[in-house]
Design a protein around this ligand. Structure first.
Ligand SMILES: Cc1cc2nc3c(=O)[nH]c(=O)nc-3n(C[C@H](O)[C@H](O)[C@H](O)COP(=O)(O)OP(=O)(O)OC[C@H]3O[C@@H](n4cnc5c(N)ncnc54)[C@H](O)[C@@H]3O)c2cc1C
Length: 325
């Protein structure tokens, strides 16, 4: 059951920021994640501040240079269906189309998708885990089949978003407004790994709001994609996945960003894959070698060792698909 909270509908970003400065306030966009967290007592809010009516934060605009600016309240469906994104920034459109179910994509927003809370069943359940200020991670020695194989450091969640890895691969940046003004943070630095601060998911301070996500112009020769493997076809979070943003010069890979999903507490850049494919033709031999290198430093837990061959296979297949092999 939901506990009582005050509900405020903000008429401007500034008004929302002001409300967020009061103790224990939570921001509400589409509400698909927030309300579940409040109902399940993952955390409590005394005040819920809705920005859902702020039309200035909705929509996808092309910039004069050929990039895009996406308002934080743009629905995930709009991101998945937008023609510019499907033509030029396929990884993002594809990532959005892989999120949850049609109903959740219609209601959920891009800002909410990158700010959503982790799905670890201990964090979401009645466990006083590290991420909730407790003194241990229950996934260690527990039911850890869906937890991370990279970057686990006291807490072993996986990052739940399907759009965030694509945004990191595409070099996107997040515009943030708070009481102290406006700042822009690269998507690659937006999420906070548990080793740095186990109580934070993102760099956002309590009074800060993501207002926009900017994707820079696509370099010529860019091919981008997102591939996700999940247990069920209806809706489910990634067991393993990969976002690619590869710039080809003929057959040769000029530069590459490779970002993994479902395997680490934050969108996880695979430098190993990037190094192996850059400067080479992306053929079967190179793809296999890169996929092998991607999992070399994985640290599986007792019950999630299956993620290693799964991830290796997904990376190899997606690299070959990007090369058109
Ligand atoms: C059954 C189910 C299945 C799902 N499956 C997937 C999946 O496969 N892949 C996937 O990626 N996601 C999945 N999700 C998560 C879903 O995509 C998110 O719930 C949704 O994207 C959140 O968007 P929202 O606008 O509803 O956010 P809200 O629920 O309103 O907010 C979510 C969180 O983000 C914060 N927030 C929201 N907007 C902003 C902003 N502009 N600035 C700062 N903070 C903000 C809120 O305070 C809150 O903490 C699933 C969710 C459910 C319930």
């Amino acid at each position: 059951m939901l506990s009582n909270f005050a509900y405020v509908r903000a008429h401007s970003v500034r008004e929302a920021v002001k409300h967020l400065t009061s103790d224990n306030a939570s921001l509400h966009a589409g509400g698909t994640d927030l309300l579940g967290c409040l109902r399940d007592h993952v955390f409590h809010a005394d005040k819920v501040v809705s920005i859902s009516r702020l039309n200035a934060l909705k929509g996808i605009r092309e910039t004069a240079q050929g990039g895009v600016r996406i308002g934080a309240l743009t629905t995930i469906t709009e991101v998945a269906e937008n023609s510019i994104l499907n033509r030029r920034f396929k990884a993002l459109a594809r990532g959005a189309s892989e999120v949850a179910s049609p109903q959740l994509r219609n209601q959920g927003t891009l800002g909410g998708n990158i700010c959503q809370k982790p799905r670890c069943w201990y964090y979401r359940g009645e466990f006083d885990c590290l991420r909730k200020g407790g003194d241990r991670c229950f996934a260690v020695g527990g039911e850890n089949q869906f937890h991370c194989i990279f970057g686990g450091d006291s807490c072993y969640i996986v990052h739940p978003s399907d759009t965030a890895p694509a945004l990191v691969a595409l070099d996107a940046a997040v515009r943030i407004v708070g009481q102290r003004g406006t700042r822009t943070v690269p998507m690659a630095n937006f999420h906070v790994p548990p080793g740095r601060d186990v109580l934070r998911d993102t760099v956002l301070d309590p009074d800060e709001i993501v207002t926009e996500i900017a994707v820079p112009p696509a370099p010529s020769g860019l091919r981008s994609s997102y591939r996700k493997v999940r247990a069920r076809r209806s809706w489910d979070f990634a067991l393993a996945g990969v976002a690619l943003a590869i710039v080809f010069n003929g057959d040769i890979v000029d530069s590459a960003k490779v970002v993994l999903s479902g395997v680490a507490p934050v969108p996880w850049r695979s430098m190993e894959v990037e190094e192996i494919i850059t400067g080479n033709p992306l053929n079967a031999e190179v793809a296999a070698k890169a996929a092998e290198a991607a999992v070399k430093n994985a640290s599986p837990m007792e019950k999630n060792g299956y993620k290693i061959p799964l991830l290796r296979g997904v990376i190899e297949e997606e690299l070959l698909a990007a090369a058109g092999v």
